[in-house]
Ligand binder design. Structure first.
Ligand code: B12
Ligand code: SF4
Length: 454
């Protein structure tokens, strides 16, 4: 099978596919498993049965693989967040689908497979924390990921931002037993002694008491780590100090917009009335590199606000600014609302040309909704200009990141953060030049106004 994957366009972050590791741990021994990871492996489909994780961005790509495999007489099982929110669509490309979290139902799927009575659909349920097993990281072999030591301590999120699918998909916010987490940390310390731990939790510190226990565990283990935090946590000076003292060297913060009306309009009330600049300064003093996650295209964004937003963001001492145009995910409240209003312009996930990346590259620039104040092209240009301007490698920002790194004795992480910043800036700059030189369609970010095809 042809591999359309181009390593040049690969994400600046590569991580082991933890969901498949979780599944492997729940697979009965009679079934021999092997991992095929598009980030690191040449795509060769040897085997009889293929299970794919389907995220919305890669739905059409997975469906393409699945259709070819089934045409060749192989069995295909699909699972993951997109299957859960679009089960009927996924069923058209699979012998069986599994919705929701799969650990509990997976042994039944395997037993049915072995007995030749696979059903078209299985519904998983939120895994009770008491049933959580430690992941076996040897499953990922010696593949070289940029961030190999990924783990999660919690599941779900106790917020409900309207553009996000996570809180709807994952069910109640749950906490992994600390002894299970400790065993995973020990394993990762052995396998990747020099890598920092990357927590992939949506809301690692969402329960203050448990968060404090996790931080104490990390302090005891003397492990450096990075995590995503919500803005209210980021503004909690005691929590940030505690995290820094426990080895936190980097945080990605879901800021989305510096405007309260925008945050309130997407039910991100935890962000309302916060001072990001002060919190970022404090995080730097505590030795953490800060990545700000931002969305352009929220309801109250206007072209005239852009200059003001840009100058306010420039005052925030962050190592990098990761700005994306709003993407409407099926399964989110915002998708449903905008669909009902007729403002969704395409089922973007069914397009057949997704680029395998999570970087600022063309398919993240595509606009599939109608914004009240911006045309699609204006959103694209503004996103690129802001990304370029915010991530300039000016001496002051470079010196600050290195100084923050020095506080934790971690120059390597500071250099990595700066490399990502540089790449955000230069990718945006290149794309702007290409937009100027040709048309927006030439960089793959065409304006689409087609009617929704559901
Ligand atoms: C780690 C992570 C990444 C890593 C991916 C690393 C990797 N190699 O997979 C990186 C940083 C690269 C990344 C990138 C992106 N991500 Co991401 N990511 C996550 C994150 C934080 C954790 C995933 C995880 O490990 N979860 C823990 C596992 C155990 O849970 P799970 O994935 O749900 O798996 C269970 C079930 O879904 C099911 N299951 C999963 N796969 C399969 C397969 C089979 C066969 C079966 C039967 C069952 C099954 O069983 C599992 C066990 O119960 C999630 C948020 C989250 N908390 O899940 C977002 C999340 C998945 N990402 C998201 C997004 C949007 C992206 C990006 C598009 C971001 C961007 N704008 O660039 C890119 C796209 C890249 C991609 N490949 O899809 C969204 C996806 C939304 C959607 N509808 O698809 C999420 C949900 C975040 C969010 N809050 O919206 N991401
Ligand atoms: S805080 Fe983050 S993970 Fe939680 S609902 Fe909001 S966007 Fe989703």
């Amino acid at each position: 099978m042809e591999n359309r994957f181009n390593l040049e366009t690969m994400s600046s972050i590569s991580q082991p596919p933890v969901p498949l590791g979780v599944l492997a741990a729940a697979t009965p021994r009679e079934i021999e498993t092997a991992l095929l990871d598009e980030q690191t492996d040449e795509m060769r489909f040897d085997g009889d049965v293929f299970g794919f994780t389907v995220t919305t961005h890669f739905a059409s790509r997975v469906y393409g693989f699945a259709d070819e495999l089934r045409a060749a007489g192989k069995k295909v099982i699909l699972g993951g967040i997109h299957v859960t929110v679009r089960p009927d669509e996924a069923m058209r490309h699979a012998d069986a689908i599994v919705t929701g979290e799969a650990e509990e139902v997976w042994p039944t799927v395997c037993a049915d497979l072995l007995a030749g009575r696979l059903r078209p659909r299985y519904d998983g349920h939120p895994t009770p924390p008491s049933r959580t097993k430690p992941l076996d990281y040897s499953f990922f072999g010696n593949r070289r990921y940029l961030q190999p030591a990924c783990l999660f301590a919690t599941r779900g999120c106790n917020f409900r931002c309207s553009f996000c699918v996570s809180s709807r998909f994952h069910g109640p916010f749950r906490l992994k037993p600390l002894d299970v987490l400790e065993r995973e940390i020990d394993q990762l310390s052995e396998l990747h002694p020099d890598s920092f731990l990357q927590f992939t939790d949506d809301n690692l510190l969402g329960n203050r008491e448990y968060g404090t226990e996790v931080l104490a565990l990390l302090r005891r283990k003397r492990r450096r780590f990075a995590a995503m935090v919500t803005l209210d946590q980021f503004c909690d000076r005691d929590l940030v100090r505690e995290a820094g003292e426990s080895g936190c060297i980097g945080v990605a913060v879901g800021v989305e917009s510096i405007d309260d009306d925008n945050c309130a309009s997407v039910s991100k009330y935890q962000n309302v009335g916060r001072s990001v600049a002060d919190a970022a300064r404090w995080a730097g003093e505590c030795g953490m590199q800060v990545a700000l996650l931002l969305i352009l295209g929220l309801p109250h964004d206007t072209p005239s606000r852009t200059a003001r937003t840009l100058s306010a963001l420039r005052e925030i001492p962050a190592a990098m600014f990761d700005l994306r145009i709003l993407r409407l995910f099926p399964g989110s409240d915002m998708f449903d609302t905008m669909l009902a209003r007729g403002d969704v312009t395409d089922c973007w996930w069914l397009r057949d040309d997704p680029l395998p990346t999570n970087h600022v590259l063309p398919n993240h620039l595509r606009v599939y909704f109608r914004h009240p104040h911006f045309s699609a092209t204006e959103l694209q240009r503004t996103a690129l200009e802001m990304t370029r301007d915010l991530n300039r490698m000016d001496p002051e920002s470079v010196a600050r990141a290195l100084e923050v790194g020095r506080r934790r004795g971690d120059a390597a992480f500071a250099m990595t953060a700066l490399a990502v910043r540089a790449r955000f800036g230069s990718d945006a700059s290149d794309l702007l030049e290409r937009m100027d030189a040709t048309t927006s369609a030439a960089v793959g970010c065409d304006e689409r106004d087609s009617l929704l095809r559901l």
